[in-house]
Design a binder for this molecule. Sequence first.
Ligand code: SAH
Length: 352
Amino acid sequence: MNTPDIRALSREELDALVNDLGEKPYRARQLWDWLWRKGAHGWEEMTDLPKAFRERLAGAGLLLPITLAEEQRSEDGTVKCAFRTHDGHVVEGVLIPTPTRLTACISCQVGCSLTCSFCATGKLKRVRNLTAAEIVDQVVLIDRLARKYYEQGLTNIVYMGMGEPLLNYAEVLRSAERISAEDGLGMSPRRLTVSTAGIAKMIRRLADDDAKFNLALSLHAANDAKRGRIMPINEQNDLATLKDALRYYTRTSGKPITFEYVLLRGFNDGLEDARELVKYASDVHAKVNLIEYNPTGDGEFGRTDAKDAEAFQRFLEEKGVTARIRRSRGRDIDAACGQLANKNKVLGNAEG
Ligand code: SAH
């Protein structure tokens, strides 16, 4: 048996490989532990495995970890990481400290195919999906930074970095399983949130597959004409289609939905927009996170003034929709929502 990526193997396949290499079954358990719980990124780290076995493993499969190529710290304590894949691509992840949480924001694709007009990642082209192992690696590496800078491990994970999680469905689900499994990183799935631009078919599938993590939907407009202007994905997944899928999801999973809504000045922050949002959010019993717009450099959109954002929030609350304003973090280093775009190209420049 020869495999390019040892972490693409299921537990059963790994058992078979270890058996083929003539080792006892408990060696597979040790190896699995190194790969998925201890985050080993080289065979030499697996010190309790016999050297001869490690050499045979290295001949049978590859370990293809993501490495931390560069980190930047914001004045508010946010840390942006540039990660390099084994084949030389760069994706970004962010450590976001708040008084009560240490959250990792991670990427699931190199680039993105969705071209949302307000998002910096949308200006990159999609290069490839990340594997479950590459997604888990980001969590392991950001967790190490959390321990280094804040003496505490991660409390939350959000799939809100580069890429569209539901267009990399199988690997995203497998990564969430590995992050929450007892023989993985052991974090409660309630502390994981996957954010989608809205792929109706896959939202239904999450419910059918009984996915345990939280789901957030990037709404940004509750009106098809407006949403279509900023999110091309709305063409195949219009608001009515999404609503059906979301209702199916909440009914089947018994879990609530959160809407993300970036306030764009003069575009989606008026009274009529708020009315449409109230109607739509009420129909699916969704909470709303109002997100401050972060500039992406093209000057197309502007940020809603704080007092207008508060008025928008109050309107939603008065109509019975739970709404919170999420202040942005890490803006000074382009680490905030929608700003991940590999601005500091680190290829061939592995400092930090
Ligand atoms: N593709 C997924 C995951 C990315 S999440 C999704 O669309 O949900 C990134 C979040 O940041 C989304 O809610 C996205 O809409 C938001 N965002 C994108 N660009 C932004 C910007 N310039 N300012 C603030 N938020 C932005």
